[in-house]
Design a protein around this ligand. Structure first.
Ligand SMILES: NC(=O)c1ccc[n+]([C@@H]2O[C@H](COP(=O)([O-])OP(=O)(O)OC[C@H]3O[C@@H](n4cnc5c(N)ncnc54)[C@H](OP(=O)(O)O)[C@@H]3O)[C@@H](O)[C@H]2O)c1
Length: 349
């Protein structure tokens, strides 16, 4: 956030009152949730271009547990070879600015903000690159706002990648509709005017229909890989794959000419994760037929701001399966790691 701010000259009383240490969940080695421990650590100091936030809510997602495990191994090239360079997990954060570093314009202590950070959310305080946060609308509670940046942002970018083929009067198939990304993709596709077909577990069919799916299919009954009769060839304008299990050729066969398959899933082999599937998608797209478009979503504050406006207006409703207190953040990570989250999991200090 860089625009001029009316409160820029406000004295930093909140920062003066900061404690020296805080509770944070830290990780000194890669592993499952048992590798993450509660600790008392120094409250960080914001560097140039950063803001210090008092954390009100942190939402977790599949990416947090990929980094926690250091898997696929490719993750370690970016997040630390032997151990995670940043010890504290948690990227989606809503909090109050309590101090700003040098060169930060447009943010001041007392501002309520939300953003996708590089990590650090499972703590009482965290530093955020100022350019990664946006103002939280008053109408959106912190625990709801934190659920938005990564998952809804990914959903938005997946639909943008599909373009008009996921717009009015188009039929969109969403594979994996009940998780953090899926619940937002169903709602946003319906908001764009598409007819949404959604594949999810039987226990979530009612929820997904309430979110806007015209048709729901139980993944235990309808197997995309074997082309069940419900899924006839060329019957969709867009297929958005958030699970990553069905063969690419099968997904492509489901799409009508002019449409595309969007690959969102981060699953794949232990070493390269989804990269092999994405490369195969590139090769396959060279042959005649619908395009396969892999998505690598990136943090985009303008999209987060637009999504928060939709939440504030009631048009978008983040689904929050469970909230955990910060004292139970290890259990929250284990829950997300089990890969059966319905919507989002949020940790509240
Ligand atoms: N490309 C990108 O830029 C990007 C960005 C963000 C996330 N991602 C990826 O997107 C994927 C989803 O992330 P997430 O945070 O939304 O995950 P999540 O919330 O953990 O997803 C869990 C949900 O997936 C459902 N599910 C599991 N297997 C399924 C199947 N075979 N068919 C249909 N639904 C199934 C589960 O339902 P049940 O409990 O009924 O099994 C559960 O509700 C991950 O692979 C993540 O790495 C990619």
């Amino acid at each position: 956030m860089t625009a001029e701010h009316p409160n820029e000259q406000r004295t930093d009383a909140a920062a003066a009152a900061l404690p020296a240490t805080m509770t944070a969940w830290v990780q000194r080695r890669y592993g499952d949730a048992s590798s993450v421990h509660r600790a008392q650590v120094p409250v960080p100091t914001p560097g140039p271009g950063e803001a210090l936030l008092r954390v009100h809510a942190t939402a977790l997602h599949a990416g947090d547990v990929h980094i926690m495990h250091g898997e696929p191994l490719l993750v370690r090239a970016f997040f630390g070879l032997r151990r995670p360079r940043r010890a504290t997990r948690g990227m989606d954060v809503a909090g109050t600015v309590v101090a700003v570093g040098a060169g930060v314009r447009g943010l001041a202590p007392g501002d309520e903000v939300v953003g996708e950070l590089p990590g650090g959310g499972l703590a009482e305080y965290t530093v955020a690159p100022a350019a990664r946060v946006v103002r939280r609308p008053e109408a959106v509670a912190a625990g709801v706002a934190a659920a938005v940046p990564v998952s809804a942002g990914t959903a938005w970018q997946a639909l943008d990648l599909a373009g008009p083929a996921a717009g009015p009067d188009k039929r969109v198939l969403i594979i994996g509709a009940s998780g953090g990304v899926g619940t937002h993709t169903v709602q946003l596709a319906a908001l764009r005017g598409a007819e949404v077909w959604a594949i999810c577990g039987a226990r979530n069919e009612r929820l997904v229909a309430d979110l806007g799916a015209a048709r729901t299919l139980d993944y235990a009954r309808v197997d995309v890989a074997t082309q069940s009769r419900e899924l006839s060839p060329a019957s969709f304008d867009t297929v958005i794959d958030i699970v990553g299990a069905a063969p690419l050729r099968t997904l492509r066969r489901l799409v009508a000419p002019g449409g595309s398959v969007v690959l969102v899933s981060g699953e794949g082999g232990r070493v390269l994760g989804p990269v092999g599937r994405m490369l195969r998608a590139g090769v396959l797209s060279l042959t005649p037929g619908p395009r396969i478009r892999p998505l690598a979503a990136t943090p985009k504050t303008e999209i987060t701001a637009e999504l928060l406006r939709l939440v504030a207006s009631g048009a978008l409703r983040p689904v929050i399966e469970r909230t955990f207190p910060l004292a139970d953040a290890g259990a929250a990570l284990a829950h997300v790691d089990a890969r059966h989250t319905v919507g989002k999991v949020v940790v509240l200090p």
